[in-house]
Ligand binder design. Structure first.
Ligand code: SF4
Ligand code: SF4
Length: 132
């Protein structure tokens, strides 16, 4: 199913912001600069990266995100490390599994959850064990 970037962003915002630990009690984004949220600041690249993968292995999605999103994100340094990622402050990284799930569901793809590792960018801000 084809979806526009705007449609996908709206679906992902609805799914992720409601569980994001940076959301305030009144339902607003609690970041000092909400537009700096890497998930939505770079959403076209995020959607492109996720849709370019056809795999049941979440690691393939992580590779795509690192290659297509982190590589152009101002938070990542020349050595390829990212303080926001290390401190679990990047919503894209922290909620990657939910983001993948939302986009796959919206575009009619199936994601084989049984092959996923526990804590793989899951519903909480838990550092996945396979983090690069
Ligand atoms: S940090 Fe990002 S994901 Fe979290 S509430 Fe703000 S805009 Fe939504
Ligand atoms: S993990 Fe770091 S480099 Fe990658 S999108 Fe998030 S903030 Fe940007």
């Amino acid at each position: 199913m084809q979806r526009s970037i705007d449609e996908l962003e709206s679906i992902v915002r609805d799914r992720i912001c409601r569980v994001c630990s940076d959301r305030t009690a009144s339902g607003e984004c609690g970041l000092e600069e909400p537009s700096s949220c890497a998930l939505f600041h770079l959403f076209p690249q995020v959607a492109q990266a996720i849709q370019s993968v056809r795999s049941d292995d979440i690691c393939d999605y992580i590779d795509a995100i690192r290659g297509e999103v982190c590589s152009v994100c101002e938070q990542q340094n020349a050595q390829g490390s990212c303080e926001a990622r290390q401190q679990v402050r990047c919503s894209l990284d922290a909620y990657l599994l939910l983001v993948v799930d939302a986009i796959e569901e919206a575009t009619g793809k199936k994601f084989n959850r049984k092959d996923l590792s526990q804590g793989a960018g899951g519903s909480g801000r838990v550092r996945p064990h396979f983090r690069l």
